[in-house]
Design a protein. Structure first.
Lengths: 112, 120
């Protein structure tokens, strides 16, 4: 699976949009971009995934650049409960084993 | 559907003792994963089951570690002769069998809250 690079931390004000960047310059054509988050003392939680088109769900939006070498996770109106470690992962979508390869992620701190 | 359940949530043991953790996946999820997470790091893959078959083991899974998934339902992870370096959060995840190749096949892993092991 391709490696990803994320800044170690960022913060944003409650109610504002949080834009979390991720670089994945070695992504392969059959690899998807997944985002998970981990709130303190909990297991990771799936947020969203995409291949090349932008995606949106009830939690977030995912913007993938045209060359697919980077992406941005957008939390449109961050709340204090969004404080967590966010992991950007690229992996083959299907197959016999779809293990997740986590990096250190980016720690998002939402301030009041 | 109650999600992935892991027991116990916390385990404190003395070095050299054996410990066993249990994971109950979401019902009808045929894929089950074990990960280990140490402080400040992301989870690291340990092993993977499809139904009752253990299909992959990480090099992190030393001979002291063994995982089983009898009948393709719950799974257990046993650590023999624990060492202080085994102290970590042990996470279990399950996912349904993927259907198709496109975006509709979400192939999402659902995680439990983990078992935190402290080896004294």
């Amino acid at each position: 699976d391709a490696k990803t690079t994320q800044p170690p931390s960022m913060d944003c004000a409650e109610g504002r949009a949080a834009n979390l960047p991720c670089n994945h310059s070695t992504i392969s054509g059959n690899e998807y971009v997944y985002w998970y988050r981990q709130i303190h003392s909990q297991g990771p939680q799936y947020i969203i995934h995409g291949l090349k088109n932008n995606e949106t769900n009830e939690m977030a939006s995912l913007i993938i650049t045209e060359d697919r070498k980077s992406s941005t996770l957008i939390l449109p109106h961050a709340t204090l409960r969004d404080t967590a470690v966010y992991y950007c992962i690229v992996r083959v979508h299907t197959g016999a084993n779809s293990k997740l390869t986590f990096g250190k992620g980016i720690t998002l701190s939402v301030r009041p | 559907d109650t999600g992935v359940s892991q027991n116990p949530r916390h385990k404190i043991t003395k070095r050299g003792q054996n410990v066993t953790f249990r994971c109950d996946p979401i019902s009808e999820h045929n894929r089950l994963y074990w990960y280990r997470q140490t402080l400040g790091q992301g989870p690291e893959f340990l092993t993977y089951f499809q139904n009752e078959a253990q299909l992959e083991k990480s090099r992190l899974l030393s001979d002291r570690f063994s995982a089983e998934r009898p009948k393709g339902s719950f799974s257990t992870l046993e650590i023999q002769r624990t060492e202080q370096g085994d102290s970590a959060m042990y996470l279990c995840a399950s996912s349904p069998r993927g259907i198709g190749q496109g975006m509709g096949n979400k192939n999402i892993q659902y995680f439990g809250a983990g078992t935190r092991l402290s080896v004294l």
